[in-house]
Design a protein around this ligand. Structure first.
Ligand code: CAA
Length: 393
């Protein structure tokens, strides 16, 4: 398989991957091409959660890539993380979101908001890849309006009693630790929310519908149900009222993960279409010699490289430690829309063969769509951008 995505290795603006980042890219690319790519079609066809891919990520220390060594991690930067998500998603978008939800949506908030005890109990096993994480924010009646949560948490002694249903949970039935937002006082709206870490196997914790999805079909997406589930106060991230900020700051990081997943999907589709165009003959020559096809490749790679620059920009902003809401929203908005446009063009390059499952083009197109929806739809990213740019938030 010809892989590209190296257009940004060095740019006139002075952007250059460090040796360490290049080493990570080469290592993850080799793992993904050898292990994830060959089973991606089967995982998709059978809606099979590829647990063995998570174990391979763990064995390569990738689950703890951005977490400090004292919590079982490797302590690398977010550009390295983005590169890892892109390379994984290029081979298998299902594995890309499994990894991103584990690292960005579950490990990262424990690192940012957790107590020392929570980091030892929850972050360290996740960083070592012994436990899998999931993030439970959306509910059946509220996806975009996160503050309107109906899931309730009532304090009884040293426990919260949790009741509610969470929807669209990535890593669904497969996870071990779940970060769950719940309302303590509806009158307080977003200021009444808390974020709790709930372990699988807790009393009253069950699963609902397993979703049958258009794309990322191997990813386990389901409803999670809490009925009088007791959760120790010691499992709360931050304090009462911090839940909304925990969720929003987590999504800032998560959106970089999804931008990187979108990059991988777009670049993966490009690579496959490019290879196909070198072999497919029409009008007496391979189709990569036709200007109509050449224009598509040029346009697509320009957009993909632009998306990669925006994504790395968000990573650098995150590494600097300041709020990076705007950079993450921009990267996610642009990269996901590029993934959709690019994968549609790749199907077009394959023609009829792009529309059947014998080739991977249609899978990339189906996988791309979700990047415009989860972790904030494109409309929500535009709203976040409007708030940060025009209202100075
Ligand atoms: N970091 C820290 N604090 C933040 C923040 C951030 N990024 N964004 C907002 N806040 C704070 C604000 O400063 C404000 O604080 P105060 O109460 O102190 O004033 C508070 O939160 C409320 O902010 P807003 O008034 O801006 O909130 P809002 O309700 O008007 O809008 C929203 C928020 C942007 C619409 C938000 O609800 C949102 O992002 N919705 C989309 C949710 C989403 O992405 N869902 C996807 C589900 S997760 C998923 O897909 C997971 C998966 O498994 C893959």
């Amino acid at each position: 398989m010809v892989t590209t995505g190296t257009g940004l290795k060095e740019s006139p603006m002075g952007f250059k991957l460090t040796q360490e980042q290049e080493d990570i890219r080469d290592m993850v690319r080799e793992l993904a091409e050898k292990e994830f790519a060959p089973r991606a079609a089967e995982v998709d066809r059978n809606h099979r959660f590829p647990r063995e891919n998570f174990e391979l990520l763990a064995a390569s220390d990738l689950c703890g890539l951005i977490f400090p060594e004292e919590y079982g991690g490797v302590g690398l930067d977010h550009v390295s993380y983005s590169i890892a998500v892109e390379e994984i998603s290029k081979a298998c978008a299902t594995t890309g979101v499994m990894y991103s939800a584990h690292v960005s949506l579950t490990g990262a908030p424990v690192l940012q908001w957790g107590t020392e005890d929570q980091k030892q109990r929850f972050l360290a096993p996740m960083a070592r890849g012994e436990k899998l994480g999931a993030f439970c924010l959306s509910e059946p009646g509220n996806g975009s309006d996160s503050a309107a949560a109906h899931c309730r948490a009532e304090l009884k002694g040293d426990h919260f009693i949790v009741n509610g249903v969470k929807n669209w949970i990535t890593n669904g039935i497969e996870a071990d630790f779940y970060i769950v937002t719940a309302q303590t006082d509806p009158a307080l709206k977003h200021r009444g929310l808390i974020a709790l870490i709930i372990e699988k196997g807790s009393e009253g914790f069950t699963f609902g519908k397993l979703e049958d999805k258009l794309g990322i079909r191997g990813s386990s997406t389901c409803q999670v149900i809490y009925e009088d589930t007791p959760v120790p106060v010691a499992n709360m991230l931050g304090k009462v009222g911090d839940g909304f900020k925990v969720a929003m700051s987590t999504l800032d990081g998560g959106r970089i993960g999804i931008a990187s997943q979108a990059l991988g999907i777009a670049q993966g589709a490009w690579d496959h279409a490019h290879k196909y165009s070198q072999e497919r003959v029409a009008f007496g020559k391979t189709i990569n010699q036709l200007q109509a096809i050449q224009f598509m490749f040029g346009e697509m790679q320009t957009e993909i490289d632009t998306a990669r620059l925006l994504t790395y920009n968000a990573c650098v902003a995150q590494d600097r430690g300041n709020r990076f809401t705007r950079e993450a929203a921009m990267a996610k908005l642009y990269a996901s829309e590029v993934a959709m446009r690019s994968t549609v063009k790749c199907v077009q390059i394959y023609g009829g063969y792009g529309y059947v499952t014998d080739y991977p083009a249609e899978r990339y197109m189906r996988d791309a769509k979700i990047t415009e929806i989860y972790e904030g739809t494109s409309e929500i990213q535009r709203l976040v951008l409007a708030n940060t740019l025009l209202k100075g938030q």
